[in-house]
Design a protein around this ligand. Structure first.
Ligand code: ADP
Ligand code: MG
Length: 300
């Protein structure tokens, strides 16, 4: 007997590296007419590296000390930025990191933990300082962060008991097939892809420009990503959301079709998604959409 078209399309998508969770999803994948892409870990490789450490003058700490405090707090986080911070600290000083207690992750913002009796916060500078930063207190760190962001870096602020002590500059590489996949999805859906990111507008804008993406929404919290998807849906769109992080899980669940990046993807994102890109090849995604369309033509 021959396999029903949707099942053979599923098998075919799997061979291309897209694991589709059900035949229903395989059918829906071809209906999407808008695409929203996450940045870090989705369009980029998701293996960022700390390329610069700036200490805040007067903090009394050197680069290594700033990195070690940050890494101790980040140790329990599965965020790609957290891994970059821990790796950088271990590379500079192989001694075991001090233990952290009361760890809390704030998706889209950063982490907090207590290390040696000190409350350490690490994360997005503007999220940590809030919209109304204390000028005398936060300005030197925010200025350092802005300079890093202008170079396309993600800036990570480190605070000890609320006092800014340093800023880390983190760089991530674009996936080799990010441009091809973005273009392919744009052509298949007939609409310009949208970038949804929790990262800063400067770094996001730089990356988007290189991919021909003009609709850039930066500085988003997980619920802001959901709101962006709902807004597109109210405009009559069936949105394909592609993401990898804990911060993407709500948007993946809200989307018409959610696709998670498998290799670096968080468990929450994998669970929330309808399909998973298992081999880290983003360009398998337009192929899967095309396979769905062909199967649906055979079904109806
Ligand atoms: P994206 O949407 O680009 O994948 P996220 O929403 O995961 O990014 O994170 C948004 C921003 O929040 C990051 O760019 C970073 O500044 C900050 N952030 C989140 N988690 C962490 C963490 N564990 N360590 C440092 N910064 C973090
Ligand atoms: Mg991400």
């Amino acid at each position: 007997a021959t396999m029903p078209p949707l099942l053979s399309a599923m098998a075919n998508a799997g061979r291309h590296g897209v694991l589709v969770k059900s035949a229903v999803v395989m059918e829906r994948l071809g209906q999407v007419d808008a695409v929203a892409l996450d940045k870090t870990g989705t369009l980029t490789e998701g293996t960022p590296r700390v390329v610069e450490v700036r200490t805040v003058p007067g903090s009394g700490l050197d680069e290594e000390a700033v990195l070690r405090w940050a890494a101790a707090a980040e140790h329990s986080s599965e965020h790609p930025l957290a891994r970059a911070v821990v790796e950088a600290a271990v590379a500079r000083g192989p001694a075991a990191l001090p233990a952290a207690t009361d760890f809390a992750a704030r998706p889209g913002t950063g982490v907090e933990a207590t290390v040696d009796g000190v409350r350490v916060t690490v994360g997005a500078p503007h999220r940590l300082t809030g919209p109304d930063p204390d000028e005398a207190h936060d300005r030197p760190a925010l200025d350092a962060a802005a300079r890093l962001e202008e170079q396309g870096r993600t800036a990570v602020l480190v605070r000890l008991d609320g006092r800014p002590v340093g800023v880390l500059g983190v760089a991530d590489r674009l996936r080799a097939d990010a441009a091809a996949a973005t273009r392919g999805l744009g052509l298949l859906t007939g609409t310009a892809p949208v970038l949804l990111t929790g990262d800063n507008p400067r770094a996001a804008g730089q990356l988007a420009a290189g991919l021909g993406i003009t609709d850039v929404r930066a500085g988003l919290l997980p619920e802001d990503k959901v709101a962006a998807v709902r807004e597109l849906e109210r405009a009559g769109r069936r949105v394909l959301v592609v993401g990898d992080g804990v911060n993407d899980a709500p948007a993946l669940a809200a989307a018409h079709t959610g696709v998670a990046m498998g290799r670096a993807g968080s468990d929450l994102a994998l669970d929330a998604a309808d399909a998973v890109v298992v081999r880290d090849e983003l360009s398998a995604l337009p192929t899967a959409v095309a396979l769905s369309r062909r199967a649906r033509r055979l079904v109806v």
